[in-house]
Design a protein around this ligand. Structure first.
Ligand code: BGC
Length: 462
């Protein structure tokens, strides 16, 4: 199949180029949809699986976390593989892993088969969560890079939001016996549809121009860059990218730990971990349980959970609109301070027993809105743009792996923490982490808005 790149005329006008980049970025962002779908789908399936396989508490934990373990491993390998083989090939392989994972989780008759399938799917998600933003950053013009990368987060929250409806539609289709025997299979199996669409569309996108130059394929890179910028800018960009490779010395592993780059790695890893330890997935994965514990019935807890999805979705759109205008730092600072306040209030509400009524719900919704406009999209954007061309794959992979490990730790420790320390302390800990995010952003995180990847790279050596 010929690439979009070769099908378009060389002299694309700026409107045409923008269409081209947006289309390509939207295809890559579909990886985010798989990410959101797969992390959220299990929430609807777990109850039925518990009955079908007669699962104990530990096994329920496994049913949820097996995907995340796959993600850690997938993220870990995504860097080396994509630096060697290219972004596009590895993304295609990830889509295939996702499809195998979806089919595999839908058909098993034993619980262990299900766990293996989820881990395979997780490998795909770990890879796409790292490479889709990275690919979009490498293809985007500096001026619009924030929003084009944030498209990925938009797709992620769309995936999470869609799953609520898909799951409740499937669960409502049959009676209890049918649900236990079949509903959960369909829930996982539906993932094949976006998986196959993503797999096919990936053949149409061009390889990342920065990776092409790294491989010495400057002509091919130029033809991609011509579609993105005008002729003058494209030629200049090729020179800039080439120069960035010429400046880097030593093996790529040594390069990652070189003083300037080491700081970038610290920023990336710390932000990745903070995105998780500020508690978003405690809310995303356990929302219905939190609401039930506050006295909501099953139906209203489901409605409240859908409200969370809607707020997450709407405020991510706001982030896409703002990120290239006000910059990454402002969003992070405003978002983390609002999150700190909300978590402090939620903690106080639990501490004083004021959890009935809508106070906690309102502050959870504001917290989710603040996350959606800041840490949600911005962390992935920063991870995709702060590392130098030569080590971007590997370095982003390290940060992404840290993010998934933190996700695992938070989602595993949240239920026991609620039991031992209680909800007030648990939310205050998330609040303290949000405060740390604010301080860390203010002191250490650089603003990357509007700079080319090569300019960001050069700023680390200063
Ligand atoms: C995070 C996910 C989270 C999602 C919620 C993403 O940026 O990495 O862990 O579930 O946002 O919207």
């Amino acid at each position: 199949m010929s690439s979009i790149n070769t099908n378009l005329s060389a002299d694309a006008s700026s409107g045409k180029s923008m269409k081209f980049v947006t289309l390509v970025s939207m295809i890559a962002a579909l990886g985010g949809l798989l990410f959101g779908f797969d992390t959220a789908v299990v929430s609807g399936a777990i109850g039925f699986m518990q009955d079908r396989f007669d699962l104990n508490e530990v096994e329920v934990g496994w049913a949820v976390s097996s995907l995340i373990i796959g993600c850690v491993v997938g993220a870990a390998f995504s860097g080396v593989l994509s630096d060697r083989l290219g972004r596009k090939k590895v993304l295609i392989a990830a889509a295939a892993l996702f499809i195998i994972g979806s089919i595999g989780s839908a058909i098993p008759d034993t619980f262990s088969m299900y766990i293996i399938a989820r881990m395979i799917g997780g490998l795909g998600i770990g890879i796409t969560s790292t490479l889709c933003p990275l690919y979009n950053a490498e293809i985007a013009p500096a001026k619009y890079r924030g929003r084009l990368v944030a498209l990925n987060q938009f797709a992620t929250v769309t995936g999470i939001f869609l799953v609520y409806f898909v799951n409740s539609g499937i669960a409502g289709y049959g009676d209890d016996a049918w649900d236990i025997a079949n509903a959960w299979r369909w829930m996982f199996g539906v993932g094949v549809v976006p998986g196959v669409i993503f797999f096919i569309l990936l053949f149409l996108v061009p390889e990342s121009p920065r990776w092409l130059i790294k491989q010495g394929k400057s002509e091919q890179a130029l033809s991609v860059l011509l579609r993105i910028h005008g002729e003058e800018d494209a030629k200049q960009e090729v020179l800039d990218i080439k120069a960035s490779f010429a400046e880097e010395k030593g093996s790529s592993l040594k390069e990652i730990f070189r003083p300037g780059i080491r700081l970038a790695l610290i920023v990336g890893v710390v932000l990745a971990v903070l995105q998780q330890v500020t508690g978003i997935n405690a809310v995303m994965y356990y929302a219905p349980e939190i609401f039930k514990s506050m006295g909501a019935g099953t139906d209203s807890s489901l409605v409240q959970t859908i409200l969370i999805g809607l707020v997450n979705f709407l405020f991510t759109i706001l982030a896409i609109w703002l990120i290239d205008k006000v910059g990454r730092k402002v969003l992070l600072l405003v978002g983390s301070s609002v999150m700190t306040i909300c978590l402090a209030v939620i903690g106080i509400a639990f501490h004083t027993g004021h959890t009935t009524g809508s106070l906690v719900l309102v502050f959870i919704l504001i917290y989710v809105a603040a996350f959606a406009v800041s840490l949600g999209p911005v962390v992935w954007v920063i991870l995709s743009e702060i590392f130098p061309n030569r080590v971007r794959g590997r370095a982003t992979a390290i940060a992404s792996m840290a993010l998934w490990i933190a996700d695992y730790v938070v989602s595993q420790s949240f239920p026991p923490m609620l039991d031992s320390a209680g909800p007030a302390v648990t939310f205050w800990i998330f609040g303290a982490m949000s405060l740390i995010t604010f301080l860390f952003t203010m002191r250490v995180v650089p603003e990357t808005k509007g700079k080319s990847l090569e300019e960001i790279e050069a700023s680390w050596s200063k």
